[in-house]
Design a protein around this ligand. Structure first.
Ligand SMILES: CC(=O)SCCNC(=O)CCNC(=O)[C@H](O)C(C)(C)COP(=O)(O)OP(=O)(O)OC[C@H]1O[C@@H](n2cnc3c(N)ncnc32)[C@H](O)[C@@H]1OP(=O)(O)O
Ligand SMILES: CC(=O)C(=O)O
Length: 500
């Protein structure tokens, strides 16, 4: 079976609370949807507003390949608005459950059946293709539902659509429900909502039972918990059921991103197919498996949907992926340094942080810059800072195995710490801070901080860096690393030339 994709991102998707698109945005999205290969674009609900009609008109005049459709209630004014926009078809909706008929419309079943007939005839007479849709059909008396559909078909409807408006179906019920409706002998759409997280599963069941068209939205956006997601449905059909659609699956990730940007509805990372974690791996066992053979932990390739594989370096990381990454960076590290890098990543993981490739590069650079011999080590650091205290630091350093304690004040805590270090080192080496540069490697207040310093000792200048989640610690470690470079350098030169 081949399945037609009826995309309702611009109608039911736009009904997502808080989303409203300008005519220009609608046009841009419709062009992209057409490029994606959907069969029908429900461009909006023409009765909604002047801007909505302008958006639909713009889409119609673009001459896209897809059928352009407008939502319409079973009332003449809605159909006239759709006609005014020049659409190819109307998604003509009548509520059929007693609940909706009695409480929402305050009408009777007979009234509703007559609305369906009259509005279908009116739309058909005015040249529109009618997809007659039953709202809340899954809570409708099944005999009455069939009666309404049959009356609509007799009035000229070319397709019918059964809406699971509040997501009440289960896959088992959906199979029976849509299967029974195929007896009406016209193309049938499944329109499923995701209130119980079953929209895609129910749509798939409906399609297996004989429905030929799926109503979907990009990223599954829509009223409340949304609609069946286009990307999940299409890729499940393609990969799990070997069923074709006209959708170009390689564009799915890009399409998803563009809808998220335009609507402001961003996805949870673990969203299937297009979420940022859909092809991301952190745990060592998985990453190792993926490096050796991607299929071990990826059911489809990221490239299939235009996505990318990503390795996240965090608490659960293993050595294989770190070695791989370091190799890709063109670095050669010995086992001792590798262990240092590995344990730094684990330690950051234990602090609840993840390490990006940029962070890894900085950590590796830092570790590579650490001299094996450290004449000076930090033993204690205390900082007092706030709005009503002078920033003060006390620093205890171990200098060639001797502990030395000093305190300093500064314009801020980093300045105070560096003043204290300089005082502590005063009798050992004279240093001047020539340059201090700080960068947050990743976004957010919990980002890794990369500090680069240049220290002067006489005419000698060294640069050093440190990457830590804490800006004060990164600054102190960078300065100490520079001091150690100066001292080690001095030692080497003194050893070579005792007169020096
Ligand atoms: C399940 C779905 O997704 S349904 C689609 C939802 N989409 C929309 O609502 C589109 C955006 N809506 C709008 O812009 C406005 O609601 C409009 C222009 C359609 C109507 O606005 P208003 O005339 O002010 O009515 P309001 O929205 O408050 O109430 C809806 C009216 O439509 C009636 N109605 C609802 N569905 C249907 C239907 N399928 N066929 C006929 N009448 C309907 C209601 O009974 C109510 O009528 P009443 O005024 O006689 O009580
Ligand atoms: C018509 C529609 O969008 C629904 O019933 O869910």
């Amino acid at each position: 079976m081949d399945v037609r994709i009826f995309d309702t991102t611009l109608r039911d998707g736009e009904q997502t609370p808080g989303v409203s698109l300008t005519p220009d945005q609608k046009l841009r999205m419709a062009i992209k949807l057409d490029e994606l290969g959907v069969d029908v674009i429900e461009a909006g609900s023409a009765i909604t507003s002047k801007g909505e009609r302008q958006g639909i008109k713009n889409i119609v005049s673009e001459g896209l390949n897809a059928e352009i459709c407008s939502f319409a209630r079973a009332v003449k004014v809605d159909i006239d608005a759709a006609l005014d926009c020049g659409v190819d078809s109307v998604h003509l909706v009548v509520p059929t459950s007693d609940l909706h008929i009695k409480y929402k419309l305050r009408k009777t079943r007979e009234d509703v059946k007559q609305f369906a007939i009259d509005s279908t005839e009116y739309a058909v007479d005015h040249g529109l293709l009618v997809e007659l849709s039953a709202e809340d059909s899954t809570r409708t008396d099944f005999g009455f539902l069939k009666e309404v559909f049959q009356a609509g078909i007799d009035a000229g409807a070319k397709r019918i659509c059964a809406c699971d408006t509040v997501g009440m179906l289960t896959p088992e019920k959906a199979y029976k429900f849509y299967g029974d409706l195929t007896e009406l002998g016209v193309p049938l759409s499944a329109h499923c909502h995701n209130d119980f997280g079953l929209a895609v599963a129910n749509t798939l069941a409906g399609l297996r039972a004989g429905a030929s068209q799926a109503h979907v939205t990009v990223n599954g956006i829509g009223e409340r918990a949304g609609n069946a997601s286009l990307e999940e449905l299409v890729v499940a059909l393609y990969s799990l059921y070997n069923v074709k659609t006209n959708v170009k699956v390689g564009m799915l990730y890009e399409m998803s991103k563009s809808v998220a940007r335009m609507t402001g509805i961003y996805l949870q990372p673990n969203k299937a197919i297009v979420g940022e974690n859909a092809f991301a791996h952190e745990s060592g066992i998985h990453a190792d498996g993926v490096i050796k053979k991607a299929e071990t932990y990826e059911p489809i390739t990221p490239e299939l949907v235009g996505h990318k594989r990503r390795f996240v370096l965090g608490k659960h990381v293993g050595s294989h992926i770190i070695r791989e990454r370091i190799k890709e960076m063109g670095l050669r590290v010995d086992d001792v340094r590798f262990d240092q890098i590995f344990s730094r990543i684990k330690a950051l993981g234990d602090m609840g942080k993840c390490v990006t490739d940029v962070d890894l590069q900085a950590i590796a650079d830092d570790v590579m810059g650490i001299l094996p011999e450290k004449p000076v080590e930090l033993e204690e650091l205390t900082i007092v800072s706030g709005n009503k205290v002078t920033p003060t630091a006390s620093v205890k350093l171990k200098i060639e195995d001797v502990g030395k304690l000093e305190a300093g004040v500064g314009v801020g805590p980093v300045d105070a710490a560096i003043v204290a270090i300089k005082k502590t080192m005063k009798d050992v080496v004279d240093i001047e801070l020539e340059e201090y540069h700080v960068d947050a490697i990743t976004g957010g207040t919990d980002a890794l901080i990369d500090v680069v310093v240049k220290l002067r000792n006489g005419d000698r200048i060294v640069s050093a860096r440190s990457t830590q989640p804490d800006i004060i610690m990164a600054s102190v470690e960078a300065v100490l690393s520079g001091i150690n470079k100066i001292l080690s350098d001095k030692k080497i030169r003194e050893a070579k030339n005792p007169e020096f």
